[in-house]
Ligand binder design. Structure first.
Ligand SMILES: *Cc1c(COP(=O)(O)O)cnc(C)c1O
Length: 390
């Protein structure tokens, strides 16, 4: 399933072909959208003894299978499960490896709701969490305890964009028999080969770039052989499933992922470079910029950058930031990202293990697929409002 015949396909080809079997479905290019709960069987033997492939709508349908197989092929894993949201994919990955009495290590740059899950829900089930410096590298080893089961990474970090040394952390974790989970939402397997860099369980908020059109919630979790059974059992026991129409939107978005990501990168790079030269801006947090502290590792490990980055403004009032953001015409203000449209929000990172040093306010930008000169004009007018209000 993970390695197509004739060797791995190039990513632009794989996103087009993965998970599709037209001649299993009357030649139709796209997989069918099967709405199912009950699946009938002709005989008692067929129901009970013959282990049919499809038994119940929650468990598996050709619609679920098509997207699972596609993601699994792109990730190069042993198997993939689908979740009703990206956050669920993060929490499921943790629940698949940690049991009561265990300990997990989580990067201090983690997506906020994943942190809340660890602090509130995992804690209630007897799993303790230690947050660590995203730049820790091989020194992660010093934080391992006899009951440490997982290291949870996110690279670049949510809101703050630190690039983690995933191979170094994975090597230390492997030696200590600790599972490595990575939230790979920003890069997708097209830009960062998580499993190839030593990750055991790769997670994506497919809501973002896979769906790509801001119209469905979806998560994926892909595991290596060693972790697949526990992942599938936990997923099944929790009763997780995704509606077929949302799965369809995921597989539909996937087909254009490679070409969309290229344009997101081109637009983000132009905006990031332009913002970096502006007097109102203190620094730009985007690992594709040579000036970014994570650039060397990003260049070593990644095949590209996506469209999300942040900017630290020079110290200014909240009112000045509001004047800038409230008047934007192309950049929408709203959570999530990864759709075709540009977004801008104030970012307020939470830290407990490290300090994220900023003097001015941080704003997060998603570069959409609009004409980049139009986006620059919108930002230019926004910075003029900021300056006038300061
Ligand atoms: C958005 C996001 C999630 C959560 O995804 P949802 O589909 O919104 O639940 C998880 N991790 C990262 C890095 C995200 O950006």
């Amino acid at each position: 399933m993970s390695k197509p015949e004739g060797g791995p396909k190039r990513p632009e080809t794989a996103v087009v072909t993965a998970g599709r079997k037209p001649f299993d479905h009357h030649g139709l290019v796209n997989p069918p959208v099967y709405h199912a709960s009950t699946i009938l069987h002709r005989t008692v033997e067929a129901l009970e003894k013959e282990k049919p492939r499809y038994t119940y709508g929650r468990r598996l349908t050709p619609t679920i299978e098509a997207l699972q197989d596609a993601i699994c092929e792109l990730e190069g894993g042993a198997g993939t499960v689908l979740c009703p949201s990206g956050l669920q994919a993060c929490t499921l990955a943790l629940m698949s490896v940690a049991s009561a009495g265990d300990h997990v290590l989580v990067t201090d740059s983690v997506y906020g709701p994943t942190r809340t899950f660890c602090d509130k829900t995992l804690a209630r089930f007897g799993v303790s969490t230690t947050y660590f410096d995203p730049l820790i590298g091989a020194d992660i080893e010093r934080l391992f305890r006899p009951n440490t089961r997982a290291v949870f990474l996110e690279s670049p970090g949510s809101l703050t964009f630190e690039i983690q040394d995933v191979p170094a952390i994975a090597e230390a974790a492997r030696a200590a028999n600790v599972a490595v989970i990575l939230d790979n939402t920003w890069a997708t397997p097209l830009l960062f080969d998580a499993i190839g860099h030593g990750v055991d369980i790769a997670v994506m908020a497919a809501t973002k770039y896979i769906v790509g059109h801001s119209d469905a919630m979806l998560g994926t979790v892909t595991a290596t052989d060693k972790h697949l059974k526990r992942l599938r059992d936990t997923h099944g026991n929790l009763g997780l499933t995704v509606g077929p129409d949302d799965i369809y939107l995921g597989q539909r978005g996937l087909r254009t992922l490679a070409v969309r990501l290229k344009q997101h990168q081109i637009n983000a790079m132009r905006l990031a470079e332009w913002l970096g030269e502006r007097p109102e801006v203190a620094r730009v947090l985007y690992p594709a910029l040579p000036s970014d502290p994570g650039h060397a590792i990003w260049k070593r490990d990644f095949k590209g950058a996506s469209g999300l980055f942040a900017v630290e403004l020079k110290p200014c009032s909240d009112a000045a930031v509001a004047a800038m953001l409230n008047g934007m015409t192309l950049f929408g203000m709203g959570w999530s990202w990864g759709g075709y449209e540009s977004l801008i929000v104030p970012a307020r990172p939470t830290r407990t293990a490290t300090k994220f040093d900023t003097k001015g306010p941080v704003i997060r930008i998603h570069a959409g697929l609009e004409n980049v000169d139009d986006l620059l004009a919108d930002l230019d007018a926004g910075l003029a409002r900021l300056k006038n209000a300061a």
